[in-house]
Every structure is written in structure tokens, then in C-alpha cells.
Design a protein around this ligand. Structure first.
Ligand SMILES: [Fe+2]
Length: 331
């Protein structure tokens, strides 16, 4: 018994000290879910994981790529999110139901905030989020926007395969408090090799609303490699304090993603350093949509597919792994 305990604490000690051993241990416990742990959250780790998933998901990946080709054939001006930038802003004032989408989202958020309904997620004190289910009947205008060529083509072109919608929320950032070491510090997101987060302003976002602030993809990779070489950070998701960032980057060269109602912001938060919702004079309200490729780290191998009874081929692909109820329970 004594020997067993000594062995146990020895193993625990080793696991705590070594990231590699820890990852192998978790992989052994649940291989399909934790396969991603074997790939570090770095540019090359993400690239290799992506390549492996292309092999494992060979058939669905090929289908996704050919659907992408077919979809892009019907679209013009698709190269809007340039790989060196990793972000773009597009005007959607011409879209027929855009105003209705904004009004509806504002009303839903307003009602929930007023009644303090239980489906509001307030885990972070600087961000209140409310999950919405785009597949419910009352979101038909938003659903139309999502599958439209104007909206989806830039994402489809940028990701290299057909995008899947992962989460859909309405965000309210009070912008009153600063929490150290959270997403109010520069960091990158680690869910995919490339991903696109869409921010649809429900009210104009200017310098006073705590806009999302980013560093373009090209500069970001250079900063990351330097910080890694100097052993300041190991991984992309690591939060970087302003003090350290200022030594490697002029804050003046950061981009404040301001936007008017009627515009949509597209950002690859996996390739652009970013922070959001810092204390500001005014709050911020946005409709938020997050798109991954089918090879995302968030889509576990052999994951159950949802919504395969949708009639439209494009929508079947977009909503393949979309389950807002699941997302709400787990996060
Ligand atoms: Fe983030």
C-alpha cells in the first residue's frame, strides 16, 4: 500500500512537471477527445494537427473542400479577408433583413438583461453572453444572412474548407472592470488553425465602447516567435501583459476594430493577437458568430453530427456540429 502511494505521488509529480507527459497521460485516458493535446498550441502544432485531421476526416474534408469550390463559383469579390491581415470589415446595409436582425437581437438582449434570465452567462464579470439558437424559426432572417454569398464567401475563401458554425451569442460588455490575465490581455485563441469570429454591432462601436483591439496576422506571428525564442511564453493562448507587449510592439500600430451598425467585422482570433472589453466610457453590444473548419480542435474525432435533416446542402454543412444547447451546458 505504501509503495503504491509512493508510486502514485511520483507519477503525479512527474505529470505536474512535464507538459508532454501530462498530454500523453490525458491522451491515453480518452484518445478521441484528447488527441489534440499531443499537439502544442503553437503555429506548427496547429498546422500538424490540421494535417492529421485532414487525413482522419479524409472523406468529410474532401466533401467540405468541394462544397467550398462549388459555393465560391457563384460569388464575386471573395478575397476580402487577406491572410496577412486576418481581419476585414464589410458593409451589409444593402442586405434586405439586416435592420430586422439588429432590432431582434437588441430586443432579446434587452429583455434578458432586464429580467436577468437564467440563460445569461455571466462567468466573466467583464462580459455577459446569451446563447441563441439560429435554427429556431424566429431567427430566419439571420439564417438567411449566414448562408448568403456576401456573408459566407469571405469566410469560406479564407478557411480553405467549408465553414461550420460553432457558436452564436449576443454579447454585452459593460466595460467597467479590468481583470488581469483574462481575455482583456493580448492573446490568441487556440480552437483552430484558422477561424473566423464575426461581430455584428447592435450599436455603433467607436473608441468609447471598448472595441476589440488586434494586431494583424503578419505582425502577430513575428511577435509570437520572438516572445517564444526569449522564453517569455510557450503557447499562442498565453496572455501577454501590456508591459511585455510594449517592448515588442508599438501600441499605435494595433488596430481598434470600430464599426457602425450595418457593418460586420470578421477576425481570425487564432492568428491575430487581440484583447477586448477593457474599461471604457460606454458599454458594447454585439451579435457574435464563430466559424471553424471541420478540422478544428473543438470538433472531437467521431463527434456526433447534428442537424443532418436540414433540406439545404449548404445549411447541412454549416450546422453539422452546431448545437447551442450543448455549447451552453459545457462552457
Ligand atoms: Fe480571445
Amino acid at each position: 500500500m505504501k509503495l503504491e502511494n509512493t508510486l502514485k505521488s511520483f507519477v503525479q509529480n512527474r505529470l505536474e512537471k512535464s507538459d508532454i507527459l501530462k498530454n500523453i497521460y490525458f491522451f491515453g485516458k480518452n484518445p478521441s477527445k484528447n488527441l489534440q493535446n499531443l499537439f502544442p498550441d503553437t503555429y506548427s502544432g496547429a498546422k500538424y494537427f490540421n494535417s492529421l485531421m485532414k487525413l482522419i476526416n479524409f472523406l468529410s474534408y474532401r466533401r467540405s473542400v468541394s462544397l467550398r469550390k462549388k459555393f465560391l463559383k457563384n460569388s464575386k469579390n471573395v478575397k476580402i479577408i487577406l491572410p496577412n491581415d486576418g481581419f476585414a470589415k464589410i458593409n451589409f446595409e444593402h442586405f434586405k433583413d439586416f435592420t430586422e436582425i439588429i432590432q431582434q437581437s437588441k430586443k432579446i438582449l434587452g429583455d434578458s438583461l432586464k429580467k436577468k434570465t437564467s440563460d445569461l452567462n455571466q462567468k466573466k464579470n467583464f462580459l455577459v453572453t446569451k446563447n441563441i439558437n439560429v435554427l429556431e424559426n424566429n431567427f430566419l432572417p439571420l439564417r438567411k444572412l449566414i448562408k448568403s454569398n456576401d456573408f459566407l464567401s469571405p469566410i469560406t475563401e479564407y478557411l480553405g474548407s467549408f465553414p461550420i458554425l460553432w457558436s452564436s451569442q449576443i454579447w454585452f460588455s459593460p466595460n467597467k472592470k479590468f481583470t488581469l490575465g483574462r481575455s482583456q490581455n493580448y492573446h490568441m485563441d487556440n480552437e483552430d488553425y484558422r477561424q473566423i469570429k464575426c461581430f455584428i454591432p447592435l450599436e455603433d462601436i467607436n473608441d468609447e465602447n471598448g472595441p476589440l483591439t488586434i494586431i494583424d496576422a503578419n505582425k502577430t506571428v513575428k511577435i509570437f516567435e520572438r516572445l517564444k525564442k526569449e522564453k517569455i511564453i510557450k503557447y499562442k493562448h498565453a496572455k501577454v501583459s501590456d508591459e511585455i507587449m510594449n517592448k515588442h510592439h508599438h501600441e499605435k500600430k494595433s488596430i481598434k476594430l470600430t464599426a457602425k451598425v450595418g457593418e460586420i467585422l470578421y477576425v481570425d482570433t487564432s492568428r491575430c493577437y487581440h484583447y477586448g472589453s477593457r474599461p471604457s466610457p460606454k458599454s458594447r453590444k454585439v451579435l457574435f458568430l464563430q466559424f471553424f473548419s471541420i478540422n478544428s480542435r473543438k470538433v472531437p474525432v467521431f463527434q456526433k453530427r447534428y442537424n443532418h435533416n436540414l433540406l439545404d446542402e449548404i445549411e447541412r454543412e454549416i450546422y453539422k456540429f452546431y448545437n447551442p444547447n450543448y455549447y451552453f451546458e459545457k462552457h
